[in-house]
Ligand binder design. Structure first.
Ligand code: PRX
Length: 584
């Protein structure tokens, strides 16, 4: 069933943290938001203190902070007091090795408890934490550690031997390597983290940090060039905290599951910091995606708020809406998704499978936290990313005669831009002043995304600014075309690009992966072309469709249209360090 709009009940509105959101909350200020946190003496601020120790001081130490579920279903629980003690130990370990304020502490770990302890312990020590995705190979790891000047690495012995040891000598800055899952004789130049933790005291005074001190370094990829290290400061915690309340509706009695890996920023901002500052209980699953397992976790852990990604939703969709119906998911009250376009189909599927819409929201590594969101209190328009959060001013802009101008006409396409000034905005691309500066013009931060805003202030994603197609004078958003094809029951995934065309400038071509069990055929190709033409009209519909077994995706699940295009045109593939294995 298609939905234009999913209306919220008075109960939704009344229960939401943002119960009176009408698109123009006038009472909000970042100063007020900051006052929701404790801070450190003399105007200091530390993310880890706000996430953990603050709650212990306030008598909430016994509350369950983190429930970790191992691959083999082992459960390990950490109360806020346990987390405080463990992170204190870790900070003492760092201190013992002479690691101090501003030093870069990297992790290369799966979703193990040590990752969470290391992140919060490093921040507590005033050090800068940089999580690397554990599925990276040696090259992307090395590049990111070199850019950040890594002094410390926490990783497993197996990862170390395979992915770091071969090139370690080339990185002079790397002095301390702490290993998990370590054998009796750790390799030369490494230490057993477990032994070091056991020997360390569980008392530690949080190192004083200023709000503008660097806290987190997250890497992101551009179209060209080296990975960019987006610098985030301790002040970001103010945004992590309030965006968790507003966009994810986090209350202290929530059981929250963010399925993102902390190797990507969603898994840190919302997979560590935000649920903890909001005193919720967070679930961490060590295992990889598995539909039945996920539904079981939602059921058994009585998850109330679930933050996931469109790729996961598509994978669940592929298996049908009957499976979730076999589970008791009655605790679930809010589902949100981020990171890539959520097709209206996905939202409708949420209604079918869970009786609830999926709340899309938008942000970037650079913005540090959610900027645009479908709030619990707000009607959901499937296909829209929602509206800007309080404290965030968004706009649609275009360049006219070299100047950046705002476009106010509803549903006119332009670049999505934000007025800088929120606490979790990146402060730099490390060592890349020029690249950083290029992100700003006319008093706006330019996101590189193309979007539209409707008359009610809802934002609609169109594509990255470099992906949009111009065909016979029409600007065509690949997302729009993909959404139409996704509606077809045979389609699992779609990537749409523009190919050079002598007559029309560009011609729209779609690459389609079919649902399992469906055979590609000429008849189906024609049917899909007809379906798209019917839905979109001849000017927008793809002129050609090719079937693919799998589409190239980043490890975070985005379809790499750029790569489809490069392959089609026989051009260099460029930076494919984030390419997901294509066997899957
Ligand atoms: O193009 C937008 C897309 O993801 C980009 C940001 O990617 P990354 O820095 O990896 O973000 C991590 C935190 C989410 C954006 O520029 N994107 C993000 N959210 C959405 C989205 N595209 C469409 N709809 C979204 N909700």
């Amino acid at each position: 069933m298609a939905w234009d709009r999913i209306r919220k009940t008075p109960q939704d509105r009344a229960g939401a943290c943002l119960d009176d959101y009408d698109g123009c909350v006038t009472s909000f200020s970042w100063t007020q938001a900051r006052a929701l946190l404790d801070g450190l003496p003399k105007d200091g601020l530390n993310i880890s203190y706000e996430a953990v120790d603050r709650h212990v001081r306030a008598g909430r130490g016994g509350k369950l902070a983190l429930r970790w579920i191992g691959r083999d279903d082992e459960i390990r629980d950490f109360s806020y007091a346990d987390l405080a003690a463990q992170t204190n130990r870790f900070a003492n370990v760092l201190k013992r090795f002479g690691v101090s304020k501003g030093d870069r502490v990297y992790s290369l770990l799966g979703r193990s408890p040590e990752l969470y302890v290391a992140a919060l312990g490093a921040l507590k020590n005033g050090s800068v934490f940089s999580p690397l995705f554990s599925a990276f190979g040696p090259e992307p790891i090395k590049a990111r550690m070199a850019i950040g000047g890594a002094r410390v690495l926490i990783t497993s012995e197996a990862f170390y031997l395979r992915k770091v040891e071969p090139w370690r000598r080339e990185l002079d800055s790397l002095e301390v390597v702490l290993l998990t899952e370590c054998s009796a004789n750790p390799p030369a130049g490494t230490e057993d983290l477990g032994a070091a933790m056991a020997a360390a005291s569980d008392a530690f005074e949080t190192v004083w940090t200023a709000p503008e001190d660097m806290a987190l370094l997250h890497f992101t990829s551009g179209t060209t060039g080296r990975p960019k290290g987006a610098v985030h400061v301790h002040d970001a915690v103010v945004a992590h905290h309030v965006t968790g309340r507003y966009a994810l509706d986090l209350h202290a009695d929530d059981i929250f599951w963010c399925t993102a890996d902390p190797g990507w920023i969603t898994g840190t901002s919302y997979g560590i910091v935000s649920p903890l500052t909001n005193a919720a209980t967070m679930i961490v699953d060590q295992a990889e995606f598995d539909a039945e397992r996920w539904y079981r976790i939602l059921q058994d852990q009585k998850v109330t708020v679930w933050y996931t990604a469109p790729t996961a939703i598509r994978m669940l969709m592929k298996l049908g809406a009957d499976i979730p119906k076999r589970f008791d998911l009655s605790s679930l009250r809010l589902i949100a998704s981020v990171g890539e376009p959520l097709n209206p189909e996905g939202v409708a599927w949420g209604m079918e499978a869970f009786g609830k819409p999926i709340h899309d929201n938008w942000w970037q590594t650079e913005t540090g936290g959610i900027m645009i969101s479908n709030f619990r209190s707000m009607d959901v328009k499937p296909g829209s990313m929602g509206r800007p959060l309080p404290g965030i001013t968004a706009g649609i802009v275009e360049r006219r005669n070299g100047e950046i101008c705002e476009i106010t006409k509803p549903m006119a396409m332009g670049e999505l831009a934000l007025r800088p000034g929120w606490p979790s905005m990146m402060r730099a691309y490390l060592h890349e002043e020029e690249r950083y500066r290029k992100c700003f013009a006319g008093g706006w931060y330019l996101t590189g995304d193309l979007a539209m805003r409707d008359g009610e202030g809802y934002y609609w994603f169109v594509g990255r600014s470099d992906d949009v197609i111009k065909s016979a004078g029409h600007l065509i958003g690949p997302f729009e075309v993909e959404s139409a094809l996704m509606e077809h029951p045979a389609v699992a995934e779609v990537g749409v690009i523009g190919l050079p065309d002598p007559a029309a400038g560009e011609m729209v071509k779609a690459y389609v992966a079919l649902k399992s069990g469906i055979e590609a055929s000429e008849a189906l190709r024609k049917e899909l072309l007809g379906h798209a033409r019917k839905r979109l009209g001849p000017a927008v519909a793809p002129k050609d469709i090719a079937f693919r077994q799998n589409l190239p995706k980043t490890r975070s699940g985005k379809i790499m249209r750029r790569l489809l295009k490069a392959r089609e045109l026989g051009l260099p593939e460029g930076d494919i360090s984030t390419l997901e294995s294509e066997e899957r």
